[in-house]
Structures are given as structure tokens and as C-alpha cells.
Design a protein around this ligand. Structure first.
Ligand SMILES: NC(=O)c1ccc[n+]([C@@H]2O[C@H](COP(=O)([O-])OP(=O)(O)OC[C@H]3O[C@@H](n4cnc5c(N)ncnc54)[C@H](OP(=O)(O)O)[C@@H]3O)[C@@H](O)[C@H]2O)c1
Length: 303
């Protein structure tokens, strides 16, 4: 049986975790990257430009799956130029993969695409399952356009699964290392009014969702890739302080969050907005979470 998976944009935070997991199970991993390097972990990196097909498409021929994580990181100011770059980096990669699937003799039987819960916008406390409406802000618009590009790609021999990923908690990337550093410095108060929801997921559960999306032929379409218990920002920061043995810290008012976001060149809405997303379709598919509770997830990662 062929056990090769190809991960586009697999050099980053989520891709590294997926690649390590797949390798640990004896599978072959090929990462599509714009700057390949020689690695010592037996993961092959192959050059692509994230925009059009090229020699790289041959690694898709006969692969077990293509996973696409490519896209400019959202941790930047959402200026019109950056919003365009966030959008183009994703839709171009989707189109390049769609073309490659069309060209190869034995296309991969499944394509798993990274989306984001940003699709729902700043939905506040409203519970969002996969049928909840698209939000109104620029990230929600980017998510919608990416999903459109993915859903309309004609791949008759390739099953498609889109994961709307929440805030991924892990040691090597995403928001948690920054929040943990601030908490250790006694700056672990909530942001703004602290009521915004953080739809988090432990990176190990997310990696298993990707694996199930690949291995279970009955999974198809759009799934929320979040844990079963979204927390408010206030709850998240309280649990972080508890995990790191830090006392109560005063909340950072919205103006202070905006000011420090400006200094860190990131968009304040990433900290001040949120949505309360539930993994309805994964629950229906019988997915078992290893880390359903925030405290357990944080202790596993930070202990
Ligand atoms: N981390 C989270 O909490 C989270 C939450 C929701 C959704 N997601 C989505 O999941 C995906 C993976 O997330 P991640 O945290 O692993 O991100 P990441 O660490 O930033 O990795 C993304 C990869 O995309 C590639 N990339 C960057 N700009 C690109 C461009 N202009 N064209 C083509 N490729 C480009 C980079 O690979 P090379 O430089 O090697 O080419 C990079 O390693 C992203 O689409 C992200 O939006 C992540």
C-alpha cells in the first residue's frame, strides 16, 4: 500500500506536527515549500512556488493524500496589501494543487484543506456549528473565498475535506508560546472585556483529525476542527495562570491591547474578537478527543 502524503506549506507549525506524526507511523512525507532544505528527519522537501504547477506535481502521482496548509501567516497588520497577500497566497496554492491533481495519472484519493474558524467572523457568544453564517470582516471574507476556490475545484477522483481550524495550542507555534511568555512575566490578564471566545484545539487532536480525514473515506465536506469546549479569553488566561503557577493579573483594556498589537505589528482583532465554535460534524463522526478540557491540554503542552 502507498503511504506517501504530500503536505503543501508543511514547513510551518501545523505541518511539522503532521509530518512528524505521519513519519512516526512509518509513512513517507513530502513537504512542498518555497525554500527547500536538507532535513535530518527523513522528510523530503520539494520546491514549489505555491502558484502554479511545475516539476513538483510528480510527487502527487500515486500519493495517498495531499494536505494543503500553505498561506501567509495571519499574524500581521491587516492592511489592504496584507489582506490581498493573505488571500492570494491561499487561493493561488489551492488553484495550483487543483491543476496538479488534474494533470497526474494517479491523483491522490483525498485532499485535506486547511480553513479557519475565522470564517464565522466575530460571532461573539453565538454557538457556531458548520452551518453558521459567514462573518463580515476581512478574515471571514478571505476564508469564504478560499473555501469557494477549494469547493469549486473539479477533482472527480479526489475526495475533498475542509477543516475550519480553531486556535491551535502547541509548544512550537501559534498563539500559546506568546501567551505563556506573557503569563510567566506576570502579564497574564485577560484581553479587553475577556468575553471573546477562543475556539481552541490541542495540536495532537488536530493531527488526529487530519489523519481521520485522510483515512476515513466517509468523511467529506466541511468540518470544524476545534475542541468540544471553547473557552472565553478570560477562562483561557485564568487556566494559563493556574498551569504556570502565576497569581491573578489585571486585565489589559482594549486600548492597551490595540497599542501593543500595533507595536508587535499584528491585528488587535486577533486578540479582541472571537467565535464560539463547536465540532458538530466530527462529534457525529465519533471523533474521540484526547484533550477535551483546557486544563489538561495546557498541562500537557506546558508542563
Ligand atoms: N496555527 C493556527 O492556530 C491556525 C488556526 C487556523 C487556521 N490555520 C491555518 O492552517 C494553515 C497552517 O497554519 P500554520 O500555523 O502551520 O502556519 P505557518 O506556520 O505560517 O505555516 C504556513 C506555511 O505556508 C507557507 N507559506 C507562507 N506564505 C506563503 C505564500 N505566500 N505562498 C505559499 N506558501 C506560503 C510557508 O511555507 P514555506 O515558507 O516553506 O513555503 C509556511 O511554512 C494556514 O493556512 C493557517 O491559516 C492555522
Amino acid at each position: 500500500m502507498n503511504r506517501r502524503i504530500v503536505i503543501a506549506g508543511g514547513s510551518g507549525f501545523i505541518g511539522s506536527a503532521l509530518a512528524a506524526e505521519w513519519r512516526a507511523q512509518g509513512g513517507e512525507v513530502v513537504v512542498l515549500t518555497r525554500s527547500p532544505s536538507q532535513r535530518s528527519d527523513r522528510i523530503r522537501e520539494v520546491l514549489w512556488d505555491g502558484r502554479q504547477s511545475g516539476e513538483w506535481i510528480e510527487v502527487l502521482d500515486g500519493a495517498e493524500a495531499i494536505i494543503n496548509l500553505a498561506g501567509k501567516n495571519v499574524k500581521c497588520r491587516h492592511t489592504p496589501e496584507n489582506v490581498q497577500a493573505l488571500m492570494n497566497s491561499r487561493t493561488n496554492a489551492i488553484q495550483a494543487i487543483a491543476q496538479a491533481i488534474e494533470k497526474v495519472k494517479a491523483p491522490p484519493p483525498v485532499w485535506v484543506q486547511a480553513g479557519a474558524v475565522g470564517y464565522y467572523g466575530n460571532a461573539k457568544a453565538r454557538i457556531c456549528d458548520e452551518t453558521a453564517p459567514n462573518g463580515m470582516d476581512s478574515l471571514a471574507d478571505i476564508c469564504r473565498q478560499c473555501e469557494y476556490a477549494f469547493n469549486t475545484a473539479a477533482t472527480p477522483k479526489t475526495r475533498k475535506v475542509l477543516l475550519r481550524i480553531g486556535v491551535v495550542l502547541g509548544r512550537n507555534g501559534g498563539a500559546l508560546p506568546i501567551l505563556a511568555r506573557m503569563t510567566r512575566l506576570f502579564l497574564g490578564g485577560s484581553a479587553g472585556n475577556g468575553k471573546q471566545y477562543v475556539s481552541w484545539i490541542h495540536i495532537k487532536d488536530l493531527a488526529r483529525m487530519f489523519q481521520e480525514a485522510v483515512s476515513r473515506p466517509e468523511l467529506s465536506g466541511t468540518y470544524n476542527a476545534v475542541g468540544p469546549n471553547p473557552a472565553t479569553n478570560r477562562e483561557l488566561m485564568r487556566e494559563l495562570r493556574r498551569t504556570l503557577h502565576r497569581p491573578w493579573s489585571p486585565p489589559a483594556p482594549a486600548w492597551a491591547v490595540k497599542m501593543s498589537a500595533r507595536m508587535m505589528k499584528i491585528e488587535p482583532s486577533l486578540a479582541l474578537d472571537g467565535c464560539r465554535v463547536v465540532p458538530k460534524r466530527f462529534a457525529e463522526a465519533g471523533f474521540q478527543f484526547q484533550f477535551p478540557e483546557l486544563g489538561g491540554a495546557l498541562r500537557d503542552i506546558l508542563a
